[in-house]
Design a protein. Structure first.
Length: 546
């Protein structure tokens, strides 16, 4: 009950938008948080116990970024007669509804660093709905009947996620925040019902309109949720059937203005404060109804657009953020959508059932040259569930993203002491083309069995700091040096990422003197795991073979 009560309090403090946007809305940024009523020394006043525990586990300090917006500044804004619609602590500002006279007063305030029109009520809106999805064909029905996962089999099998489920890791105890456009009748779909009846829908919130019903809005979020939360054996089982969920609406499909990047930020802050482990978002922004709001490719550097700044911030708070790369690959734009350019996240591209990149999947890299997207999953002709329980077929990085998000939560359940960035690194390291990433599907399709082994080795093996292994990358010789051996001999094992033993050899060691381990020149170029055990000391390292 604590988390339900806490989430209600946080929602009130955010000053969520009320009613449809019929007036101009402005972003008002502040210079600092002077006069705030909160302190980093008392995070329990503005963060849940779970959110605080996430930071402690990952050695992430509570900083002024976490503090709510200054109450003193809010009071000054209200004295102008304008209406505060949202408060955003990470971006340090507010969304206000203001007349020209009120806006002039706001601009004169010394603590105001920026005023920007983010919703122009005079501009005609264009719908951004996600289209109709056809029902599954007989071919899909026949394929689905062969597995207890039903229509969910192909997506989870492609990332080797069944191996995690078979070990009992199905997302239990993990909270996934789904930020989307609505969850039409998700609470009625048979396949998703176990998450509702089992009490695993922790909270739902509409950040577009207060008092709105997210279960009567866009069906896109229902499709996304089904790929994770479905748990109807032999019909449809998702990648995280026993995880808990926050269902958050930030996208208004009836218009497309940059206000939605700020509502997304509000939803992400809510997810953080409520203690979410994972955020999955299948929304992206480049072009708006107001041309002056449009992004350029140079903006996609992880710290320019409001949504990418908020997304990078969420990742810095120890949340594993999974975001859709975009569906612009076969259009003139071609590039990523914001916030796929964010730092510390996993942007997800789409492949088809033949493991080939989907033509629509947006291209990287980010504007500052980082590999984007990082990974890919099934996103072309993938079965999803709609609000009436009908199985349909959709395509988009929107659907590849929750596949990765759900199975990532299962992986994190297996390694609860791992940080979000350690998890991200393991998932990237397990990619099908880790050694040769590209700008279409990044490091490739993750293999959860490989990621599991990488985390297992990194957590269990790094018990000694007195061993050096070089060179890395290596060709046919590995030099092993122990500064303080606890035995005159050491056992060295070399494995593939899949756990196949390449060699096992006992070597003689002397303090500070390199011992040469000879490896076959014919060993394929790849990543290998070397495990060294000397007396009561053991050390594990990843090496690359030239």
């Amino acid at each position: 009950m604590k988390i339900y009560t806490f989430i209600l309090l946080i929602a009130i403090s955010l000053g969520l938008a009320g009613g449809a946007f019929s007036q101009n809305l402005y972003w008002v940024g502040f210079t600092d948080k002077f006069g705030t009523n909160y302190s980093v020394n008392h995070p329990e006043e503005f963060l849940s116990n779970r959110a605080i525990a996430r930071r402690i586990k990952q050695n992430i300090a509570v900083t002024t970024e976490d503090l709510p917006v200054s109450k003193q500044y809010l009071d000054s804004i209200e004295l102008t007669g304008s209406t505060i619609r949202q408060q955003l602590k990470w971006l340090n500002g507010i969304v206000v509804e203001a007349s020209p006279i009120q806006l002039e007063k706001i601009e004169q305030l010394s603590m105001v660093s920026q005023v920007r029109l983010i919703f122009d009520s005079t501009v005609a809106s264009s719908s951004s709905d996600f289209g109709y999805l056809p029902k599954v064909s007989q071919q899909f029905t026949e394929q689905a009947s062969t597995s207890e996962y039903g229509y969910g089999f192909e997506a989870i099998n492609m990332v080797n996620g069944i191996s995690l489920h078979s070990l009992g890791f199905k997302g239990n105890g993990m909270i996934i925040a789904v930020i989307d456009a609505g969850f039409f009748h998700a609470n009625q779909a048979v396949e998703i019902q176990p998450s509702f009846t089992g009490g695993r829908i922790v909270a739902s919130k509409d950040f577009v309109t207060s008092g709105g019903d997210i279960f009567e809005e866009s069906e896109h979020g229902t499709n996304v949720l089904s790929l994770m939360a479905s748990n109807d054996p032999n019909t449809f089982v998702g990648t995280a059937p026993l995880a808990s969920y926050l269902l958050l609406r930030s996208e208004n499909v009836q218009s497309e203005q940059i206000i939605e990047e700020y509502t997304w930020a509000a939803a992400a802050e809510f997810a953080d404060s409520a203690g979410a482990d994972v955020i999955t978002s299948s929304l992206g922004y480049t072009t708006f109804d107001v041309a002056s709001q449009n992004h350029t490719y140079s903006d996609l550097n992880g710290n320019t657009t409001p949504i990418s700044r908020a997304c990078s911030m969420a990742a810095s708070k120890g949340i594993l953020v999974i975001d859709a790369a975009g569906n612009e690959g076969n259009l003139e734009w071609k590039h990523l959508d914001a916030p796929a350019d964010s730092y510390g996240i996993l942007a997800v591209g789409a492949v088809n059932s033949s493991l080939s990149p989907a033509s629509f999947s947006s291209y990287g890299p980010s504007a500052d040259g980082r590999v984007k997207p990082e990974v890919a999953a099934l996103g072309a002709n993938i079965p999803v569930v709609d609000g009436d329980g009908t199985i349909r077929v959709g395509s988009g990085t929107s659907f590849a993203t929750p596949v990765i998000a759900g199975i990532s939560a299962c992986l994190w359940q297996a390694f609860p002491s791992a940080s979000a960035q350690e998890l991200r690194s393991a998932i990237i390291g397990s990619g099908s083309q880790y050694n040769a990433p590209n700008n279409i599907i990044g490091f490739g399709i993750p293999n959860m069995d490989v990621a599991f082994k990488l985390l297992l080795n990194s957590q269990d093996g790094d018990k000694c700091q007195n061993l050096e292994i070089h060179p890395n990358p290596f060709f046919d010789e590995i030099y092993i040096t122990l500064s303080h051996p606890t035995s005159p001999t050491a056992i060295v094992n070399l494995y593939t990422l899949e756990g196949k033993e390449i060699l096992s050899q006992t070597i003689s060691v002397s303090q500070g003197i390199p011992t040469i381990l000879t490896v076959s020149k014919d060993l394929p170029t790849s990543i290998y795991i070397v495990d060294v055990e000397c007396g009561d000391c053991r050390w594990t390292k990843k090496l690359v073979k030239h």
